[in-house]
Structures are given as C-alpha cells and as structure tokens.
Design a protein around this ligand. Structure first.
Ligand SMILES: [Zn+2]
Length: 240
C-alpha cells in the first residue's frame, strides 16, 4: 500500500467510528513501515471485478487445467519488494484445495490466503483478514468450504454422536459446531449441508465481528462472500 493510501487510511480511521481499534492497528509501526517500504499500490480492482476474475479462473481450471501454469521466476522478481493481492481467500487446510491452482493457476502475489481445517475464523484468521483489507487493500474476502471436508465430518460426529476428539482437535472442531447443530436432522446430506452453513456463518462472523472489515463493507470497499469447492468436479460454487 502506498504512503498516501496509508495516510488516508489513518485519517479515515482516526476520524471514523473505529478510532481506538484502528489506531492500535496502525501503531504497529513495524508493519506500517514495512508496508511503506514496499511502495506497492493496492489493486485497482473492485470486489465485483475480483469475484469475476476468480470465477473466470475457476472456469479456466475446469476447461484446461494443463494450461494453468505460473511463470514463477519472473513473477517472484516482480513481487519481491511488495504485495498487492486482489482477493483474500479463507479455506480449508485440505491438501486438495489450493486456491491459487483451482482459481486458474494464479501466481505469487495475487491471493492473500488463510487456511485451517474447516475454514473457521479464529482470532489469528480475523487479524489476517483485517491486515489483508486494511494494509494490503484486498477488496474481496471469500470463505470457501469444500465437499467431504474432514473437519466438518468430525463436527457432524460430535453433534450427532457426542464423540470426544483428542488434543487441540476438539476445541478446533468446536468452532464448527454451531453449523453442525443448525443442520442436524435437516433434509439432504448432513456433511454437505454443514459445509455450506459453516462457510456462510464464517462469512457472517467476519463481516460482523471485525470492526475494520465492517467499516470497509459500509464504505463499499470490501465484500465478503462464501463458496463451496467440489472435490469431484473442480467447480467453485459461489453461493452468497
Ligand atoms: Zn476440509
């Protein structure tokens, strides 16, 4: 993000409704100065344009996956001094769901990616998404679940049969229980329903609990949407 954008951002927040929080963020001088040193302007794409680009990329991946090649060396040199990603993706850690590939072979510096099993929004994830929006200028946040998600399957087992999971897996899966409990006993495939509902609830959480994201949504500078990736077909279904 360029100096003037950072200054504008600072003024906006200091004058705006989230003064304390944003001032705290900007007081992280290390981040701020690193962002300045990068001297990379944020993307000029709107949230709608970013969304269209993701859809186009996924269509390309479906139609001609062998053509999704990234020119990594050239691009690495181009982005080494700074980044201006045009979309933020929160998705599952599942090894079959790499966003850069399934959105058409995107290159270094294009997507700002958060991943954890079950694509939930814990404190680290919320902070990461805020950083992407506030400091890097990413206009779009996509929460993307996927079919047959193992974390979701575990949450369904907890909700249905009350099983106990070991270690930190238990508390991690707890974050998926609101979706699992909401879908328990409903028509259709339980796991598929929870995958969709969890993505929706996570998008709602990001848009409502993050004062920074909420502020950008109000200003129509950021959009939060949710989607489900189909492991079998490779298609991303943007639901809402
Ligand atoms: Zn998963």
């Amino acid at each position: 993000m360029c100096n003037s954008c950072i200054d504008k951002g600072r003024r906006r927040f200091i004058n705006g409704s989230v003064t304390g929080l944003a001032a705290g963020v900007l007081a992280l001088s290390g981040w701020e100065s690193r962002a300045r040193a990068a001297s990379v302007p944020p993307t000029t794409l709107t949230a709608e344009e970013s969304l269209a680009k993701l859809k186009e990329g996924n269509a390309h991946y479906l139609a001609a996956p062998e053509l999704c090649e990234a020119k990594l060396l050239k691009r690495r040199e181009e982005v080494a001094q700074g980044q201006a990603p045009w979309a933020t993706i929160l998705t599952c850690a599942d090894s079959r769901v790499p966003p850069e590939l399934l959105f058409g072979g995107l290159n270094l510096g294009e997507l700002f990616v958060c991943r954890n099993a079950g694509n939930t929004a814990d404190v680290a994830t919320l902070g990461t998404i805020e950083y992407g929006a506030e400091h890097l200028g990413s206009p779009l946040v996509v929460v993307m679940g996927h079919s047959r998600c193992g974390a979701v399957e575990a949450a369904c087992e907890v909700a249905k049969n009350g099983i106990t999971l070991p270690g930190f897996i238990g508390p991690m899966v707890d974050a998926l229980l609101p979706a699992a409990k909401a879908e328990l006993g409903k028509e259709g495939d339980f796991v598929a329903n929870v995958v969709r509902e969890n993505a929706r609830l996570t998008a709602v959480k990001i848009a409502s609990e993050s004062e920074i994201v909420k502020h950008f949504i109000d200003e129509k500078k950021v959009k939060v949407v949710y989607a489900v990736y189909n492991l079998d077909t490779g298609a991303v279904d943007f639901i809402g």
